[in-house]
Design a protein around this ligand. Structure first.
Ligand code: HEM
Length: 428
């Protein structure tokens, strides 16, 4: 029929829909036949897991919102009611609450994978940058969500963090008043945070869409960090990676369930079970674990404005990572110095997290300052490491190390699946 898309699907209903709105063709192209490097390891599960986690957060959040009251007098009690009286309210809340921590575990591993295997390098710069935008959006969403139960830590955390904007010259105080909707954290603050906390996940969803479009334009990187050279280097996404992602998903659901049912308060701060009290500052004001390293950076710098700049700078520097790293080699497997630097960065983040969880006194001040200097030293050193480092020799192609030896030696590996060995590439 004129103007209709030609659809090859056998099922008449699917064909009818697809010829008018080719969603099935799109899905089959992008998630069915999509050629994907055949050497992915389990680190490549984390993007899919983060997407599922996002959907879980949206679904549980929508139902929680049906029973939540966004007022300073009603918020705390409404959360208690959800936990005690609403049917399965406890489950909704515990999944949502721990889902935030799960999200950051997944995302931090996802970022580590991208950095370790050089997935931020050309041509994937925009893919990487949409990822950094997602990280910032996630942090903002998590921070605002943490304010909603209106416990002691919600209130005082919101007060400390929103006050930071006051350090910005000229417009600082104006921004703080805008965030508060008044002259202190109160009812209007809670209201706007609730509204934005509901909105942002949908914006995150839109940015994830752009992230995946960018991924499907450039194609995935892989653990070797080398380009796909022939059809032999890839397998169709389905069933190979739908199956592999399903394995990751089972492990993820198991861990998530163990936390929700056996240790539901493992990530939370006990003080948040006390209703917000504007007249009593808690002994310690600490953010959630996933923000601790950045909080440590903030407190390690003696000047407030410089501290705020360093804290935001520690995340924003990720935007320019593709241009800071001058090495032509992507994967840390072949970069001896960069690999050590990556593990040192992880250790440094753990150290900063530990510092952020403790009062800034005694040895913690020194540790925080050393940790902050080392954090920025990683990024400052990258251009020089790229020039000075001698990378190890790269494999010829993704499939080469697993092909049988050529006549005369080289290569190696076990037997190949039927059909693969007969392809022309191999005879070369
Ligand atoms: C809501 C958060 C996020 C979601 C749902 C998400 C989703 C995904 C998905 C589905 C993939 C493809 C599967 C995979 O390679 O694992 C992917 C790839 C990628 N993501 Fe994310 N992502 C998120 C955040 C981030 C962040 C914060 C960064 C970096 C700062 C990032 C950087 C990348 C990169 C570089 C790739 C390509 C990896 C490669 O091909 O080697 N993503 N993401």
């Amino acid at each position: 029929m004129a103007g209709l898309h030609t659809s090859d699907f056998k099922n008449p209903v699917v064909r009818w829909i697809d010829s008018r709105l080719p969603l099935f063709t799109l899905m089959s192209k992008e998630y069915g036949q999509f050629p994907t490097p055949k050497n992915f390891n389990y680190f490549w599960n984390f993007g899919a897991l983060a997407t599922i986690n996002l959907l879980i957060m949206i679904a549980t959040g929508v139902f929680l919102a049906m029973n939540y009251t966004p007022t300073a007098t009603g918020a705390f009690d409404s959360v208690q009611r959800i936990m005690r009286d609403v049917n399965y309210g406890w489950l909704l809340r515990l999944v949502h609450m721990n889902g935030a921590s799960m999200f950051f575990i997944l995302i931090y591993v996802h970022i580590f994978r991208g950095m370790y295997y050089g997935s931020y390098k050309a041509p994937r710069e925009l893919l990487w940058m949409t990822g950094v935008a997602l990280l910032l959006l996630l942090m903002a969403t998590a921070f605002m969500g943490y304010v909603l139960p209106w416990g002691q830590m919600s209130y005082w955390g919101a007060t400390v963090i929103t006050n930071l904007f006051g350090a910005i010259p000229l417009v600082g105080q104006w921004i703080v008043t805008l965030l508060w909707g008044g002259f202190a954290v109160g009812d209007p603050t809670l209201n706007r945070f609730f509204s934005l906390h509901y909105l942002l996940p949908f914006i995150i969803f839109g940015v994830v869409f752009l992230h995946v479009v960018a991924l499907h334009i450039t194609g995935s990187n892989n653990p070797l960090g080398i380009e796909v050279k022939s059809e032999q280097d890839t397998v169709p996404f389905h069933p190979y990676y739908t199956a592999k992602d399903s394995v990751g998903m089972c492990v993820y659901f198991l861990v998530f369930a163990l936390i929700v049912f056996l240790r539901p308060y493992i990530f939370s701060e006990v003080d948040n079970n006390i209703p917000a009290n504007v007249l009593q500052t808690p002994n310690e004001i600490v953010p959630e674990w996933y923000l601790l390293p950045y909080y440590a950076i903030l407190r390690s710098v003696p000047d407030k404005l410089a501290g705020v700049c360093c804290m935001f700078g520690s995340i924003l520097v990720l935007f320019v990572l593709p241009w800071l790293d001058t090495s032509p080699v992507r994967s840390a497997r072949f970069r001896p110095i960069y690999r050590i630097m990556m593990f040192a960065l992880v250790a440094d983040m753990v150290l900063l997290g530990h510092v952020g969880a403790n009062r800034p006194e005694g040895l913690f001040i020194l540790e925080g300052r050393i940790g902050t200097v080392l954090y920025f030293a990683f990024y400052a050193a990258l251009p020089f490491v790229g020039w000075l480092e001698r990378p190890l020799p790269l494999p010829e192609s993704i499939s080469r190390p697993v092909l049988p030896p050529r006549s005369g030696g080289g290569g190696g590996g076990g037997p190949l699946p039927a059909g693969v060995a007969a392809k022309p590439m191999e005879k070369a």
